[in-house]
Design a protein around this ligand. Structure first.
Ligand code: ADP
Ligand code: GN1
Ligand code: MG
Length: 381
């Protein structure tokens, strides 16, 4: 699907007004849903681009999705331009209109495409290496939420309905177990039991939201660490992958970022003994995140952060295992059984998080106290 030969690139590229000319097209990134290609410009001082095929099996309304991204990036650009030494060209994704004026192009095969300006000199990490990177990631996602706090969330379409609704995910899991089209459930009985034992507790955030205790805000909803671009000095530059930006709870974004930051191994690690918790990176991310959000998070939202950190690996495991049972229709897999391996890794991560829950929760409180105290002391102390 992703090889350079299966798409009519000349036709796709000719539907956009690109500066210069494209010298090279290279598959890029490690996303599970869309397909990304780097377009190198033949002319040195002209921009490079990033071409993406939008997976319209997953994102059913590409027009609404593109409209969301346009609204969100316009809002971010406006807010960032008002800040002293910030540069919206570097810090916000810039999506190009096609010649039709729409922000996507549909090719003859029915595929949807969009193009962003490629942000030169940036890096994204599947596995991060230093506390500074974690801190910067926390600041980037925290700032993202803060900048969007005054945007009217009713303007945004729900690009994937019930995306982080754990009851809905568990319903789908039950349906997959019932149908079991490939008779795969028998190879994952311990994982099924582990998931079933936690169905009630994992609805905590959803229930708090239903009781009106958590505000719906505009959240990113895919805060994997590789969705923030860092610059050459490992400073946060730009939050990317905006397909799932829609109303959500802040704890979901915190939890999904922690899922990828605290894990000492890859998301799909086969050797479960390699999956551990890097508490220093957890502390650094939390400090960065709270430094941007502590002023607006309600006390209930703040208390819910730890539930988010437990929920997101759980929800991810449920989603991976559901897809495995269904026959791997949703997430791209690289070998048979990949989704099962991913689910097992996420459940192992959850076990580790549960065992260390008190420690992690107390660290969130300590970091918040420390930030509040330093704010009271003022900038010169
Ligand atoms: P996916 O949905 O497949 O995760 P992303 O939008 O996250 O797609 O893009 C995949 C990868 O491409 C990112 O992890 C990042 O490394 C890189 N990337 C995305 N957008 C840009 C950009 N505008 N400039 C530079 N690199 C980018
Ligand atoms: C998918 O597209 P990508 O790889 O950034 C998925 C996320 C999951 C993630 C798990 C639209 O994100 O929800 O958390 O895989 N995106 C969608 O790695 O389902
Ligand atoms: Mg991504």
């Amino acid at each position: 699907m992703d090889s350079n030969t299966s798409y009519n690139f000349p036709e796709i590229l000719s539907s956009f007004d690109l500066e210069g000319s494209v010298a090279e097209i290279k598959p890029f990134g490690s996303g599970h849903i869309n397909s990304t290609f780097y377009l190198k410009n033949a002319i040195e001082d002209r921009p490079d681009y990033l071409l993406q095929r939008i997976n319209h099996y997953v994102f059913k309304d590409v027009a609404a999705l593109s409209n969301n991204i346009k609204l969100v990036t316009d809002h971010l650009r406006k807010k960032i331009s008002l800040q002293g030494n910030a540069d919206p060209q570097r810090e916000v994704l810039n999506m190009l209109p096609a010649k039709t004026g729409l922000y996507y192009h549909q090719d003859e095969q029915g595929n949807y495409w969009r193009i962003y300006h490629y942000l030169k000199g940036t890096k994204s990490y599947d596995l991060l290496e230093t506390a500074q990177q974690a801190y910067e990631g926390g600041k980037a996602f925290g700032r993202f939420q803060a900048l969007l706090a005054d945007m009217d969330s009713s303007l945004l379409a729900e690009t994937i309905p019930n995306f982080h609704n754990i009851e809905y995910r568990l319903d789908n899991f039950d349906k997959a177990l019932e149908n079991d089209p490939l008779s795969r459930s028998k190879e994952c009985l311990p994982e099924i039991d582990f998931i079933k034992a936690r169905t009630q507790t994992m609805c905590t955030i959803l229930n708090l939201g239903r009781q009106g205790k958590l505000p719906l805000r505009i959240t990113h909803n895919d805060t994997k660490f590789n969705n923030v671009l860092l610059d050459q000095n490992d400073k946060a530059q730009c939050v990317i992958d905006l397909d799932t930006v829609m109303p959500g709870y802040t704890a979901y974004d915190f939890g999904d970022a922690i899922r990828t930051i605290i894990n000492t191994a890859e998301e799909d690690e086969k050797d479960l003994s390699k999956i551990g918790l890097n508490v220093d990176l957890f502390k650094a991310y939390t400090r960065g995140y709270l430094s941007e959000t502590i002023n607006f998070l309600s006390s209930e939202e703040f208390k819910a952060l730890i539930y988010g950190a437990l929920l997101l690996p759980y929800m991810q495991a449920v989603r991976f295992l559901t897809d495995h049972l269904d026959g791997d229709n949703y997430f791209k897999i690289h070998f048979p059984g990949h989704n099962l391996q991913r689910a097992r890794a996420q459940l192992q991560l959850l076990k580790n998080l549960e065992e260390n829950r008190e420690l992690l929760e107390s660290l969130i409180y300590e970091i918040a106290d420390d930030l509040r105290a330093s704010k009271e002391r003022g900038p010169n102390t």
